[in-house]
Ligand binder design. Sequence first.
Ligand SMILES: Cc1cc2nc3c(=O)[nH]c(=O)nc-3n(C[C@H](O)[C@H](O)[C@H](O)COP(=O)(O)O)c2cc1C
Length: 236
Amino acid sequence: MIDGFTEEEKRGFYKAIYSRRDVRSHFTLKPIEDDILLKILHAAHHAPSVGFSQPWNFILIRDIETKKKIKESFEDEKNRSSQLVEEPKKSKYLSFKLEGILESPVNLCVTYDPTKFGPFVIGRSRIPEAGLYSVCCAIQNLWLSARTEGVGLGWVSILSNETLKESLSLPEHVIPVAYLCLGYVDDFAEKPDLETIGWLPRLSLRDVVYFEKWNDKENEDWNSIQDMIKDNLDYA
Ligand SMILES: Cc1cc2nc3c(=O)[nH]c(=O)nc-3n(C[C@H](O)[C@H](O)[C@H](O)COP(=O)(O)O)c2cc1C
């Protein structure tokens, strides 16, 4: 007999998934207790990884000078990327709050080290990106664990990797994958901020599920689930 989940445990699992949010505001001043931070880091460290290579490292950051440097990089990159979009979207984009670097008590950089347990890693020979995918699995674990503990997390990718490497003294071969802002929050929004402000809608499952071949949305071997998908029930 496998060790299954009780109905209550299942509810908790899906609650974490559907109520997780990317958080950029609503951070409170309450520090994250070390035991909670430890739980979150352990959850991240128990993610799957290609060939069990565990190619991640987690750099915890509190130093205000480091945070200020990263924030500067964010401002530069935000302005630079705004040149890529025309008005009126440009002004809209510039008005969005897209980071909480200084307001969040803990910043965390998750890195990828392709040399760990290398050079031969099972499963990475033909698809070298599998190493990076593993780090993303760790980040998702971290995100869900944080949500479960009531800790908000915001991912900031409007940054220069050069600045990150320099500010955090990363060796040349180590790649920064995510810069995250963590802290207790007084609210988890019901929907993604970018959905609420009308930047993009959530696609329906019908838009993203194909049967057997790319773009095939109708296939009679899959009738029953196709009909269920068409009903478009809200699982959140
Ligand atoms: C790889 C990655 C990079 C992201 N970078 C940013 C960012 O720079 N700034 C930001 O405000 N949100 C960032 N986000 C958060 C997304 O905007 C957010 O996940 C999405 O709008 C859906 O909202 P939700 O996470 O609350 O469900 C990033 C998310 C991912 C997965």
